[in-house]
Write a protein that binds this ligand. Sequence first.
Ligand SMILES: C[S@@+](CC[C@H](N)C(=O)[O-])C[C@H]1O[C@@H](n2cnc3c(N)ncnc32)[C@H](O)[C@@H]1O
Length: 209
Amino acid sequence: LVSKPVLDMVRADAEKIDVGKQRCNHTLPQQKINDMLVTLAKQGKRVLRLKGGDPFIFGRGGEELDQLAEAGIPFQVVPGITAASGCASYAGIPLTHRDYSQSVKFITGHLKNNTCELPWDEFVHLNQTLVFYMGLTGLPLISEQLIQHGMSVDMPVALISKGTTPEQKVVTGTLMTISGLVASADISAPTLIIIGEVVKLREKLNWLE
Ligand SMILES: C[S@@+](CC[C@H](N)C(=O)[O-])C[C@H]1O[C@@H](n2cnc3c(N)ncnc32)[C@H](O)[C@@H]1O
């Protein structure tokens, strides 16, 4: 998830190890990454674990640091801008707004074995924005579950692909229409889904396009 211009800023003499992940294609399993951090640090190296967005939001940062802490290796954490904040700003969708939404939930849409074990009832509240990370494959299921649990079929939804990059694409619709619209659009990962009345504000606030 880290773009080339950012990687180009890494100091030239640093050894770079690609442990990047894509859905179903993990270059290295998480445990190996954790072990590698410890091993390299114990060799006396200064190790930078570079991640997209914020390491503590769906970023496994806690798990990696847990292992460093166990091994007595000191560390620092540099916070980043999480995809929800970056994508929302670049799509012209304020995640909160006094007239529409007083709270935001960040949710993983990576549903294990295509099951729907999420507290759907808690998601169906007025004046709340939902942000689903990793939700592209699960989008039909997410829409279906929210409707079944009482959310209006007309609730506005935005799907943002490659947010904040020059290839950003945004598809907007409603809970009822979004899956069909996304299926017929040329969309690629990573994508983020924003659900809530605030999505309507994009009509006025879409500054990028
Ligand atoms: C494993 S999570 C990592 C999240 C990251 N730690 C963060 O704070 O943004 C990966 C998910 O973040 C979202 N994501 C990351 N970058 C994105 C982007 N540029 N546009 C849209 N979604 C993005 C997608 O939902 C993707 O599946």
